[in-house]
Design a protein around this ligand. Structure first.
Ligand code: G6P
Ligand code: MG
Length: 212
């Protein structure tokens, strides 16, 4: 392996709880049932696709595209307010140390996230300098499980997909890595996903897996 591509939400930072709170506010407002289990389906999925999943339980009138865009914008405003509370302490020492170690060992590191808030988050937690490249929701047209975000990350790193490992907490992200021809490492929710090539419980285990 020469390149490592990291998902952001749920791997490096735990913004999932903010996504949940923001979507929950929108769902409650519209009388839509929404819980943590449904929230899990939103991992790695773009903002508009996430809205469609939430609207599966909506019993009101058919919404226009403009109404949907406005709902997604409203969710993002709530989410961004929550993100503003983030500080460098929201990234664990374990994550920072492991990233440094991998870099020193010669791996090229990239972010591969569906989030359009990626750069904002990386700046808030002061992690932006830890990566050689960032591929995120602002440079893709198809969200995970499509491999586009990882393929672009590999391209920015100038590493062939077969020489890239992807670290993911989302099932959709593992599927994306596999269909892009990459080695998929599952962590968190995806640590039990059978389609992943390797499974880890702790972030620091990455050094053992990748330095073999
Ligand atoms: C990540 C998260 C998803 C989120 C997506 C888009 O992949 O796991 O839950 O929907 O990013 O995030 P955004 O910040 O652009 O709304
Ligand atoms: Mg994730």
């Amino acid at each position: 392996m020469k390149g490592i591509i990291f998902d952001l939400d749920g791997v490096l930072v735990f913004t999932d709880k903010f996504h949940y709170r923001a979507w929950k506010a929108i769902a409650d407002d519209m009388g839509i049932y929404f819980d943590e289990k449904i929230n899990n389906r939103l991992r790695g999925v773009s903002r508009m696709d996430s809205l469609e999943i939430i609207l599966e339980r909506y019993e009101g009138k058919l919404l226009t595209m403009a109404e949907k865009v406005s709902l997604a914008e409203k969710k993002n405003q709530i989410y961004r307010e929550l993100l503003r509370t983030m500080t460098p302490e929201d990234v664990s020492e374990e994550v920072r140390d492991t990233l440094k170690k991998l870099h020193v060992d010669g791996f090229k590191l990239a972010i591969g996230s569906s989030s359009k808030n990626t750069k904002f988050i990386l700046e808030k937690v002061e992690l932006i300098d830890a990566f050689d490249a960032v591929s995120d929701g602002t440079n893709i047209t198809r969200s995970k499980p499509d491999p586009e975000v990882f393929q672009k990350a590999a391209k920015y790193l100038r590493v062939a997909p077969e020489e890239c490992a992807v670290v993911e907490d989302a099932f959709a992200g593992i599927d994306a890595a596999k269909s892009g021809g990459m080695y998929a490492i599952g962590i968190g929710e995806a640590s039990k996903y059978e389609k992943a090539d390797a499974h880890i419980e702790e972030f620091a285990e990455l050094t053992e897996i990748l330095e073999k």
